[in-house]
Design a binder for this molecule. Structure first.
Ligand SMILES: [Zn+2]
Length: 86
């Protein structure tokens, strides 16, 4: 088995963990190579990576929409909460 094949020989579970770690930009060089090699040859992980990307984009979109809505409580709502907490 050559060097490149050894690099790609991680399980799908390991690839998923590296993918999650990678979304926080926390992969070192070797981990990035292992993940890329695995995803190149594994259609299951290709699908997983694509689905994860869609989910991340949807979450980001929701968070951006919430920031725009400027959610805040009215004075009456604040007073009611304070009353309940007494
Ligand atoms: Zn895989």
């Amino acid at each position: 088995m050559n060097f490149l094949m050894k690099m790609a020989m991680i399980s799908c579970k390991q690839a998923a963990l590296l993918g999650s770690k990678g979304s926080f930009n926390a992969l070192n060089f070797i981990e990035r190579i292992k993940l890329k090699m695995h995803v190149k040859i594994c259609t299951t992980c290709q699908d997983y990576a694509e689905d994860s990307k869609l989910i991340d984009e949807a979450i980001e979109k929701i968070l951006q929409q919430r920031e725009k809505q400027q959610l805040s409580l009215t004075d009456e709502q604040k007073a009611r909460i304070l009353e309940v907490l007494k």
